[in-house]
Ligand binder design. Structure first.
Ligand SMILES: C[S@@+](CC[C@H](N)C(=O)[O-])C[C@H]1O[C@@H](n2cnc3c(N)ncnc32)[C@H](O)[C@@H]1O
Length: 658
């Protein structure tokens, strides 16, 4: 079990870029992602492998966009803002990243919450409702234009952070045109766009996106249409028409017809266009993604792969996959593995860490305790033993990524970036239709509640985190180690002690006569109360130290001390006799003689006894032997008139003489 002080990072202050023109007051403009506390450390690591989130990567298009108020009264978002092209934006160009607050909590009221990733049971969003950049002003195309001219596509930026980026689609965006995306069909209701950008919780197709995923053919178009690689344009067209007629959703009531129809459309879109077909033949499915740049791809190939020949994207992809048979030293493999890995090491990747909190009493924090907490973790499905398959069924290689678990596409700056394959969620394989395990719906994993015993060592402090190894989520592959459970400890404050490190501080209230004459006071310790002797002449605020009675250090070492601070309680009223005696005391202190206030014979003798020894004013250890030092001021050790009045004062104000 490991313990460390809370390390919730206080985000360092960064200089942000100047606010763009027409940025509304009251909104915070940021160019780096902010991470909300709802993002667990393991998820944050998946999104941003580096400790510091990268700055907004300035796209070459950043000077081509501007925020404008929508003045067109026919626009459904009239009076609101939109993002416009201030210069021509070429097709398939990276326009901007969607920057905001990365979070894992539910934000049902935000209209600016865009889904970034779904992983390990978490739905990660980027919410730009209060803080964000220009991308938050991008509207939906419905009611504005017949179709969207931009798409969302996730990507890893140089530095490794996962971002949702906006790209122009296959056509250029003209200067002055509004940049419009599709928020997704489900968001259109009664002619208006409602609650846009919110996550689609239970829709497989939209995994990883709140919005419609960018449209690009993810399957082999030749296979989809059932034509040979060397089929002529006329042959392809003929097959397409016959398949389109067969699967058209208007005429085919089958459940899967619409999906098949879309696949056919996508395949035909690729093969009917000579350029697209040639790109597909050379680079595979990656070539159909927005932003794919064949030249940059070639450059990357020659620089990263040493110019070695390979036949196309699929061949390339297998270069870093487990089954590819290539050496494991190419840079892509290293990059991918460092980003969460989709090559062979992924199979053994440990499960995710989970977090929980626990509340304990002050006394338990000092003495240590053991508690059982209930947590919900991801566990391998008991029915299919984590395979996600029905008995006897087999997984098939993911056709979107060729089994690599990663999709690669080109950025407009010439880099190629990896992102988790949305079809297989990085596993490299999919469960064939009808083969899914009924218990876990093909996931191989289920969420289970379990009890975990957490040993809390003596000395733990408020805000510390205790790590319970391997009590977290099961590994995705079922082969790696489970993640850890991080338990944040909240310690309730004590009414008796203040704590500083291993030392404890206690305020002991003592009556005036005990302070003056000495006496005893009951002082709490971690092992029960002890009787502490108060030296006569104790001053307000003086301290006594009970050595070794403090808290043990959680990191090992000696126990601290208890510091007892004396607070003297003054009587609010005095009887006549008390007043007389005090008057006598005052006279003596000030050198006056008042007959009426002179002490009686008994008083004199008592006073004489006390004054002769003056022992009450001397510091002494308590009878339990715990008090080992006493810090007193020299002024408390005065004798003379004070000592002569001791006997009277003792009789009048108290009886607990030492
Ligand atoms: C992400 S914001 C877009 C920026 C927003 N127009 C603004 O000024 O802040 C999403 C919101 O914009 C509005 N919106 C965007 N596209 C729309 C459309 N096509 N029709 C109606 N409202 C739209 C809706 O109010 C929606 O909740």
């Amino acid at each position: 079990m490991n313990i460390h002080p809370s390390t919730v990072p206080s985000s360092s202050r960064r200089r942000e870029s100047p606010v763009p023109p027409r940025w509304p007051n009251g909104l915070v403009y940021i160019t780096t992602m902010r991470y909300h506390t709802s993002v667990p450390p393991n998820i944050r690591l998946q999104i941003c492998p580096n400790a510091t989130p990268s700055n907004q990567i300035r796209s070459p298009m950043s000077s081509s966009i501007s925020i404008r108020i929508i003045t067109d009264t026919s626009h459904p978002a009239h009076g609101q803002y939109g993002l416009f092209a201030s210069k021509k934006i070429p097709p398939r160009s990276h326009i901007i990243d969607y920057i905001g607050e990365v979070h894992c909590d539910d934000r049902p009221d935000s209209d600016y919450d865009l889904s970034l990733l779904r992983t390990e049971g978490y739905s990660v969003g980027v919410d730009a409702s209060r803080i964000g950049n220009e991308a938050r002003f991008i509207n939906d195309f419905r009611g504005v234009r017949p179709k969207a001219n931009a798409v969302f596509q996730d990507r890893r930026i140089p530095g490794g952070e996962l971002r949702m980026s906006v790209w122009s689609s296959t056509d250029a965006i003209k200067k002055g045109d509004e940049i419009l995306v599709s928020y997704g069909e489900h968001r259109v209701k009664d002619g208006g766009v409602q609650g846009a950008w919110k996550p689609l919780r239970d829709h497989d197709t939209f995994r990883g996106f709140h919005t419609t995923p960018p449209h690009y053919a993810s399957k082999d178009p030749y296979t989809v249409l059932g034509v040979n690689k060397d089929a002529t344009a006329a042959e392809i067209k003929k097959v397409y028409f016959s398949l389109a007629r067969k699967y058209h959703p208007d005429t085919n009531p089958d459940k899967g017809a619409q999906e098949k129809f879309v696949e056919i459309q996508e395949a035909y879109d690729t093969l009917k266009d000579d350029k697209k077909r040639a790109a597909y033949d050379r680079y595979g499915t990656a070539s159909q993604q927005p932003g794919f740049d064949a030249d940059a791809f070639e450059n990357a190939r020659s620089s990263f792969m040493g110019g070695g020949g390979f036949g196309g994207f699929q061949g390339f992809a297998s270069g870093f996959g487990a089954a590819g048979g290539r050496g494991s030293t190419n840079m892509f493999e290293e990059l991918f593995n460092s980003l969460g890995g989709h090559g062979s090491p992924r199979g053994n990747m440990r499960g995710g860490d989970i977090e929980a909190s626990i509340g304990i009493s002050f006394m338990d924090s000092c003495k240590g305790t053991s508690q059982t907490i209930n947590v919900t973790t991801v566990a391998n499905c008991g029915t299919c033993s984590g395979t996600g398959l029905k008995a006897g069924a087999k997984r098939s290689t993911c056709t979107s990524c060729g089994g690599t678990g990663t999709r690669t596409f080109a950025l407009d700056n010439g880099f190629h970036m990896a992102s988790t394959c949305p079809t297989c969620q990085g596993t490299g394989s999919t469960v064939p239709r009808g083969s899914k395990c009924g218990e876990c719906a093909g996931m191989g994993q289920v969420r289970v509640k379990k009890s975990v015993k957490v040993d809390i060592p003596a000395g733990v402090e408020d805000g510390m985190t205790i790590r319970v190894p391997r009590a977290g989520d099961a590994s995705l592959s079922g082969k790696g180690q489970p993640g850890d459970l991080h338990v944040r400890v909240t310690v309730s404050p004590s009414k008796l002690f203040r704590r500083q490190g291993t030392n404890l501080y206690h305020d002991a209230r003592i009556p005036l006569h005990t302070a003056l004459l000495g006496g005893r006071v009951r002082v709490p310790t971690l092992d029960g109360e002890v009787d502490v002797r108060v030296p006569g002449g104790t001053q307000q605020g003086e301290e006594m130290v009970l050595k070794g009675r403090g808290v043990p250090s959680v990191f090992g070492g000696d126990k601290g001390d208890i510091f007892v601070t004396f607070t003297i309680q003054m009587p609010r009223t005095l009887t006549k006799r008390q007043r007389e005696i005090l008057q006598q005391y005052a006279d003596e202190v000030e050198g006056r003689t008042t007959p009426s206030a002179r002490p009686t014979p008994q008083n004199s003798s008592s006073s004489g006894t006390s004054s002769s020894s003056n022992k009450d004013a001397m510091p002494s250890d308590d009878q339990n032997g715990t008090a080992s030092s006493f810090k007193s001021s020299p002024s408390s050790r005065t004798g003379g008139p004070l000592s002569r009045a001791w006997g009277s004062v003792r009789r009048l104000f108290g009886s607990d003489t030492p």
